[in-house]
Ligand binder design. Structure first.
Ligand code: GDP
Length: 464
């Protein structure tokens, strides 16, 4: 067995190919979390030292582990990418939040679709985002184990399982799979069962899987690995020792450290003591890395949330970064190491990335508040498509000032705040009543659009 210990964070790898970053998207309850759990669980049960490394916000599955999980489907010698890094937070919300240099942070995505349930609103939303960001993806047609008459064969590739089923079971599954392939085609994507796809460039492979039994998980890993190796290798070539670049997943208070950043690093290296520039609510924040933290290996944990300190972290990885002055840092914002470059240049780059999200505003319209830059952008796009004008759009919780802004919009239908995944500050709650401003707060974008449209219709009926 080749050396499976790819602890690239501890001992810096001199190579120049980084791990592709994978995101998992799909409609609620279609099995995103279960699939991630299964991938992690299967990797752990391979039982090798370093089978997986738990990062902050991400799980690294090294090539050797992918290879032993996927058997004949992935021969480690055919690959030189180090493995796959799965972002732990599933969902298109987190996907659109996670940007890098104006594009998606994830290099590749898995769109999970329940075989019985087919396309649902969030499937469509996810497809829109994947199309807009030009992210290559595979479809995991999940829950094949629920097909009547299907006999799970968890340890063999799903293609073999498929061939071994009774005609009846295969036919039943086929009907559902072809429905999904048809829906993908209606959405403008050419797709087929993955073993029939010759060229994955522009053609979507559909992999039947079960997050419950594990069927198809080896196939899925093989397709992801193959896609990355064949079509994305150039993009994975980076200067691993260069100044680190990353995206903030979350800003979190951590005992003993104050505000910290959970970051996915997609380029270069971050070292303790590095000066960094981070996107903040009021603009770029310049600070210095006090500590780089990662969860301790499961076997070493005595209490929940124990961290180990690292001197240095290399892309691609997830890491918690402790530094002063991070209270105003924004989820979804860029983080850049200054090392070897003029500070002003780095500040300018961060400013440029922050201003990429330009929302078209109108004289009258709704006020939009969202938790991250990425979600604000996704909201703005959805509202634009629904032809709902925006007066103002900002990242942050709902404050009294937002209510005041919303109430200056003259028409009743625009005296509205649409909040996406944000809190309402206590003072703002009171103002909402006083100023007769309606608030819709939700963590599903299409729901917000629907709520608003219903509200407008109601108002119009009242006026007639
Ligand atoms: P998410 O909302 O997309 O993250 O979906 P979850 O992973 O939470 O799964 C939703 C429900 O579907 C849970 O009750 C899971 O146990 C179930 N589920 C997920 N994957 C499978 C599968 O492959 N087979 C079956 N039978 N159930 C599944």
């Amino acid at each position: 067995m080749p050396d499976a210990n790819h602890d690239t964070d501890a001992d810096v790898d001199p190579g120049s190919l980084r791990t592709p970053i994978v995101a998992v998207l799909g409609h609620v309850d279609h099995g995103k979390t279960s699939l991630l759990d299964k991938i992690r669980g299967s990797a752990v049960s391979e039982g090798e030292a370093g089978a997986i490394t738990q990062h902050i916000g991400a799980t690294a599955v090294p090539l050797d582990t992918v290879s032993s999980m996927a058997g004949d489907l992935v021969m480690a010698d055919d690959f030189d990418l180090p493995g796959l890094l799965f972002i732990d937070t599933p969902g298109h919300h987190s996907f659109s939040t996670l940007r890098a240099r104006g594009g998606a942070l994830a290099d590749i995505a898995v769109l999970v679709v329940d075989v019985n349930d087919g396309f649902q609103p969030q499937t469509e939303e996810a497809l829109d985002i994947l199309r807009r960001t030009g992210t290559p993806f595979v479809v995991a047609a999940n829950k094949v184990d629920t097909t009547p008459g299907w006999n799970p064969k968890p340890d063999s590739p799903v293609k073999q399982t498929y061939d071994a089923q009774s005609d009846r079971a295969r036919q039943r599954l086929d009907e559902n799979l072809y429905e999904i392939i048809g829906q993908l085609s209606d959405a403008g994507f050419s797709a087929d069962l993955y073993w029939r796809v010759q060229n994955f460039q522009g053609n979507i492979g559909v992999v039947p899987v079960s997050a419950m039994t594990g069927e198809g998980v080896p196939d899925l890993l093989a397709v992801l690995m193959g896609l990355s190796q064949r079509y994305m290798k150039n993009e994975m070539e980076i200067d691993l020792g260069g100044p680190g670049k990353g995206t903030v997943l979350e800003v979190k208070d951590e005992k003993g450290f104050g505000a910290t950043l959970d970051v996915v690093l997609y380029d270069g290296t971050v070292t303790e003591g590095d000066r960094i520039v981070v996107g903040g609510v009021e603009g770029p924040i310049v600070t210095e890395v006090r500590a780089l933290l990662r969860p301790r290996a499961l076997s070493e944990i005595r209490t929940e949330q124990e961290f180990e300190r690292l001197d240095s972290v290399q892309a691609a990885s997830g890491v918690k970064l402790a530094a002063p002055d991070l209270d105003d840092a924004m989820a979804g914002a860029p983080v850049r190491v200054v090392r070897g470059r003029p500070l002003e240049d780095v500040i300018e780059e961060v400013e440029a990335e922050l201003s990429e999200i330009e929302v078209e505003t109108a004289e009258q319209g709704v006020v939009v508040k969202a938790d991250t830059l990425g979600s604000l952008e996704a909201m703005a796009n959805a509202l634009q498509e629904a032809e709902i004008p925006i007066l103002r759009a900002e990242v942050g919780d709902i404050a009294p000032r937002d209510v005041a802004v919303a109430s200056t919009a003259n028409e009743a239908e625009n005296r509205v705040i649409l909040g996406f995944n944000v809190d309402v500050l206590p003072d703002a709650e009171r103002e909402l009543d006083r100023q007769d401003v309606r608030l819709f707060n939700h963590d599903v974008i299409y729901q917000l659009v629907e709520d608003y449209e219903e509200f407008v219709e109601e108002r119009q009926r009242e006026q007639q």
